[in-house]
Ligand binder design. Structure first.
Ligand SMILES: C=C(O[C@@H]1C=C(C(=O)O)C=C[C@H]1O)C(=O)O
Length: 421
């Protein structure tokens, strides 16, 4: 595999405590914004000390890009001279990354930023990454420009029109009923264009406000707020959250409760959720011990939708890395289907689009392997004035195209809201 590498010679990394209680986003400049924020804590970062952009995998097995990324990561981290006065997960050098959903798609990207501001447990820190000892990144002095509103948007349909996507769902249901597979997640896209370049910070401000329980992220142009955590690693402790099974939020308390009861009592949704849990347990078992999943899924209520959710805890086996877990987990049944290989084929055939980094792993990792990786959902790819939004739904034998269209619509709401001033 050929790899576009830009690896600096010797990095000097310094982390200091920052007596600052302001919103993390107030530190973030408009250019190259990186972010990973939940409930006011996490990381914002900018500038680029190093970047890895991976080509499409020719054999499509899916493992090669994670191996290439791990190799690059270890070269970067082991070569760095690190002075970390804080010593928490996320201090020292941190690499942000976003992998494509399909290994056959190019542009999985890893970025080591120049400047990172992080917060955890009320403690705030500043990390700088320089090419020689004693230097200061010039970006740290960047004058902060005010966040620009997005302005009016011109919307257009995505790759498939609404009726075409409904037909794709119906075809998927026919294949499932015919016994080809148990579940497939079908996604669709939508396009928006603003009059001037979109300032990702405006979207992040709304996402962190409206979806505080989700992970708001901005990594190499993908901006969103995902509820779905693949792995959080702190030392050898691993946590994950399986989501599958969705209803909208009700307009009244009573309706909201009815929808929740319908979700938790639905055989179709509980079955779909079960596939995702089984697939995760199976995937984690070679890499982790003491895997614990609660018997029954919980209800996770977000501003736009409610999901069946199963928190998972495990202990990482010695020698296994965060990226090993990410590589093994992707694609989960929550974004691919069951069985995986058949679902991937059906997705390529029926969706008619390249998902890019939507539904791929997105997150960060530090020099000790601590990190958080989620699935890039409820997100859009932002490029200049354009935004490409994505939303997908799990299709099983009992799925109805009309209901899936409505569900995709409620998932689009996250980014439509974020893009609306
Ligand atoms: C695919 C998406 O969401 C996934 C599909 C879900 C479902 O079908 O119920 C629920 C959560 C996610 O695992 C998306 O948001 O685009």
């Amino acid at each position: 595999m050929s790899v576009a590498l830009e690896t600096p010679q010797q990095l000097t990394v310094r982390t200091v405590a920052l007596p600052d209680g302001r919103d993390l986003l107030t530190h973030l400049p408009e250019r190259t914004p990186l972010a990973w924020i939940r409930r006011g804590e996490g990381l914002v970062a900018w500038g680029e000390a190093a970047r890895l952009t991976l080509p499409a995998e020719s054999d499509g097995s899916g493992a090669e890009r994670f191996r290439a990324a791990a190799h690059w990561l270890s070269a970067i981290m082991s070569g760095a001279d690190i002075d970390d006065a804080v010593g928490l997960p996320g201090t020292g050098p941190v690499v942000f990354g976003g992998f494509t959903f399909d290994p056959g798609s190019p542009d999985s990207t890893l970025v080591l930023p120049r400047v990172i501001v992080g917060r955890r447990g009320g403690r705030t820190w500043l990390t700088t990454v320089c090419d020689r000892p004693g230097a200061h990144p010039s970006d740290i002095l960047t004058a902060m420009t005010p966040v620009r509103p997005v302005g009016p948007l011109h919307w257009s349909e995505g790759t498939l029109s609404t009726p075409e996507w409904g037909d794709a769902v119906a075809s998927a249901v026919a294949r499932i009923r015919g016994g080809d597979l148990d579940k497939v997640v079908l996604a669709r896209d939508a396009h928006a264009e603003a009059d001037s370049d979109i300032d990702a910070r405006a979207l992040l401000a709304r996402l962190t406000r409206d979806y505080a329980d989700c992970y708001a992220f901005s990594v190499a142009g993908m901006v969103g707020a995902t509820p779905e955590l693949l792995i959080r690693r702190e030392g050898d402790a691993v946590t994950s959250l399986v989501l599958a099974g969705t209803r909208p939020r009700g307009a009244t308390c009573e309706r909201d409760g009815e929808l929740a009861a319908e979700l938790t009592g639905s055989d179709k949704d509980v079955e779909e959720h079960g596939y995702a849990v089984d697939s995760l347990r199976e995937t984690l078992s070679p890499l982790c011990s003491a895997i614990e999943v609660s018997e029954e899924p919980e209800l996770l209520r977000l501003a736009n939708v409610q999901h069946l959710a199963s928190p998972v805890r495990a202990t990482l086996l010695p020698g296994a890395s965060t990226l090993d877990v990410v590589a093994a987990m992707h694609p989960t049944a929550a974004v691919g289907g069951t069985p995986t290989a058949t679902a991937m084929r059906v997705i390529r055939e029926l969706e008619g689009m390249d998902r890019g980094r939507y539904a791929g792993p997105v997150g960060w990792v530090d020099a000790h392997g601590n990190g958080e990786w989620g699935i890039a959902l409820r997100c859009a790819e932002i490029e200049g004035r354009r935004a490409r939004l994505f939303a997908g739904c799990g299709i099983v034998a009992g799925s109805d195209p009309e209901a899936e269209l409505a569900e995709a619509d409620s998932k689009f709401r996250v980014m439509r809201g974020a893009l609306t001033d």
